[in-house]
Design a protein around this ligand. Structure first.
Ligand SMILES: O=c1ccn([C@@H]2O[C@H](COP(=O)(O)O)[C@@H](O)[C@H]2O)c(=O)[nH]1
Length: 272
């Protein structure tokens, strides 16, 4: 999917919501456990109830890998369902990969070609040759971890390296990578006050912003400091939406939570 198409969807739906499909069988409604594939049954119900309120879905691969081959099959069914039924939706494999070049190429093929995701999250730590294999794929997006939402972000990401915080080095150096127009960045909603400085370095790049909802980040602050001329934001909520209820009405309850965020997003878009 091109960035222009994504921006068009954001304007049309008045939403830059990304719903995280972090599907955990300990948390899904009990009646679904009788289904042949309870993970997919849960995801399908959530997607059907919420697709008009969001522009992206982000399965975190950990939640699928944890269930072995059945989990991976559920991930495959989920992305196939999205691509077949809702091709206007931007899809993110939150896999946090990155390795030596030939290995990164295999990861890129797995997520972009075999599974057919629009984007994948990548750790920048191994540098240029670990990231560029992902960037080589046209109309696919590589979402680099810049400043993450967790407390441990302060262990390394904000440390000074050659006179500059490491996360700023990641932003600046990655701009020099081949096909860097295919880059997006992860910045946690819990780090919203850093967004002004981040926008000075990458004024127009899209940011995937996890951390509203369960982690306590503020959507208003993210928009205040992080919204760019082309919106430039995909704000993710996972647990806050998909586990709104553990009863039979779970999909409707998730749609209500998604609608609350979409309406706040619509207001933020109208402010500009
Ligand atoms: O900095 C980061 C990077 C990734 N994540 C992931 O996003 C979701 C957040 O889930 P919530 O339930 O809305 O808190 C989850 O998959 C994380 O692994 C992040 O939180 N922060």
């Amino acid at each position: 999917m091109t960035t222009d198409f994504l921006v068009g969807q954001i304007r049309k739906k008045e939403s830059f919501l990304c719903i995280g499909l972090d599907t955990d069988l300990d948390k899904v409604p009990k009646h679904l456990l009788q289904e042949e594939d309870p993970i997919f049954a849960f995801n399908k119900a959530i997607i059907d109830a919420t697709h008009h309120l969001c522009v992206a879905y982000k399965p975190n691969t950990a939640f699928y890998e944890a269930y072995g081959i059945k989990g991976w099959q559920a991930l495959e069914k989920t992305i196939n369902y999205l691509n077949s039924n809702y091709p206007e939706i931007f899809t993110i494999a939150d896999a946090k990969r990155g390795d030596i070049g030939n290995t990164s190429t295999r990861y890129a093929k797995a997520f972009f070609e075999d599974l057919g995701f629009d984007s994948v999250t990548i750790a920048p730590y191994m540098g240029r040759d670990s990231v560029e294999p992902f960037l080589a794929f046209k109309d696919k997006h590589t979402i680099l971890l810049a400043l993450t939402s967790n407390k441990g972000a302060f262990d390394f990401q904000t440390k000074m390296v050659e006179g500059k915080e490491l996360y700023k080095q990641v932003l600046e150096i990655s701009k020099t990578y081949e096909n860097s127009e295919n880059l997006m960045y992860v910045v946690g909603a819990t780090k919203a006050t850093f967004l002004t400085e981040i926008r000075n370095i990458i004024p127009n790049s899209f940011l995937l912003v996890p951390g509203v909802g369960a982690q306590g980040g503020s959507l208003v602050e993210v928009c205040k400091y992080g919204m760019s001329d082309n919106v430039g934001l995909l704000v993710n909520s996972s647990r806050g939406i998909i586990y709104a209820s553990d009863q039979e009405n779970f999909a409707q309850a998730s749609a209500e939570k998604a609608k609350e965020l979409q309406q706040q997003m619509s207001l933020e878009l109208k402010k500009r």
